[in-house]
Design a protein around this ligand. Structure first.
Ligand code: HMG
Ligand code: MG
Length: 299
């Protein structure tokens, strides 16, 4: 028995902190990750080995990763856009990476300065190296329910990019509503279309909450059978190349939802709420989790 029904992938330290306007000390990032693991998270996306010219918030990726205590059963995937990022990650002992492509051509250009096809070509040597090194690779497809530059994104494009990443060897594909414009009906249709080509147990959902739909979208997809949900403590986050995008669905809200459905997550909600309050205070931002604001502990 795994001890849980749904696995959360905590993306706050990466998707959240990549977007903070003021510099977050490396020690705070490390403490955040440690607290998330202590609360029961087993997968915490720790940081991002992208170009510091593009995302200065993640310039301390190596220091953050070096500061983490390796523990059996805990995965710390990191974002890697190219071979240079892979080399940097491997130099500090990374054993799991996440590569990211977009379903929208316009977003791909703005986010990684490459067309979708160029980005997939760029991933190939990284995936080959990863396979040889025994490094696990997660894949992201961004803009699955809309693009800030192109608007509508055809479902066929989402399916095609997800399939390519899966065929290239990603063990799991996370479907990202980067700008949080999706609704439950569209999220369901998107997941159904992708799941017709890729096994459901190799899929994850990644909702941002810009329009306040992220929790509803999560529920719709869990009802369809997805069992991996990306979320961010205190709803931290956004995307530096998607102006106006809010943070991810809050981890506390997802845990509260899932526990209410009788689905086990292995996460201690009280400890997670404490962590969300602590990081919100450290960053002097309001807590983006409704559960985090309201929670008074189990009766
Ligand atoms: P580029 O400018 O086309 O690349 O950027 P380049 O190869 O010409 O490199 C430019 C400079 O960056 C060079 O330095 C390189 O050495 C350096 P210079 O010669 O000028 O001194 N460089 C690097 N340095 C460190 N690590 C590296 C690296 N690569 C190049 N890995 C590139 C192309 C892909 C690098 C750039 O566009 C980039 O880093 N983009 C990342 C953008 C990003 O991080 N976006 C947010 C993450 S995606 C997201 O949030 C969505 C997600 O959450 C899912 C969802 O919500 O949908 C995942
Ligand atoms: Mg994201």
């Amino acid at each position: 028995m795994s001890g849980y029904d749904v696995r959360l992938v905590e993306v706050g330290p990466r998707d959240g902190l990549q977007n903070e306007a003021t510099a977050v000390p490396t020690a705070v990032k490390i403490e955040l990750i440690q607290r998330l693991v202590a609360a029961g998270h087993r997968t915490v996306e720790a940081t991002s080995f992208v170009s510091p010219k593009w995302v200065p918030q993640m310039a301390d990726a190596a220091e953050v990763y070096r500061g983490l205590a390796r523990q059996h059963g805990i995965a710390y995937p990191v974002l890697v856009p190219n071979l240079q990022g892979y080399e940097r990650a491997r130099a500090v002992g990374v054993t799991e990476i996440a590569m990211f492509a977009a379903a929208s051509e316009a977003f791909s250009q703005r986010n990684i300065n490459a067309s979708i096809e160029e980005s997939l070509q760029r991933f190939q040597p990284v995936l080959e190296r990863a396979r040889a090194d025994g490094v696990r690779v997660r894949g992201y497809v961004s803009t699955v329910l809309g693009c800030p530059y192109q608007g509508e994104v055809p479902l066929a494009d989402v399916v095609r990019v997800a399939q390519r990443l899966y065929e290239l060897g990603c063990y799991e594909i996370s479907l990202g509503d980067t700008i949080g414009v999706g609704t439950a009906g569209r999220a369901r249709a998107m997941l159904r279309a992708v799941a017709a080509e890729i096994p459901m147990d190799a899929l994850a959902v990644h909702f941002h909450d810009t329009y306040g739909q992220a929790l509803a979208n999560t529920l719709a997809c869990v009802e369809l059978g997805v069992r991996v949900v990306d979320a961010s403590v205190a709803g931290l986050g956004g995307c530096p190349y998607a102006a106006g995008a809010s943070g991810n669905v809050a981890s506390e809200d997802v845990v509260y939802l899932l526990h209410g459905l009788g689905l086990r997550t292995g996460i201690d909600l009280a400890a997670l709420v404490d962590t969300g309050r602590w990081i919100s205070e450290r960053l002097q931002r309001s807590n983006g989790s409704k559960v985090g604001r309201a929670f008074k502990g189990p009766a």
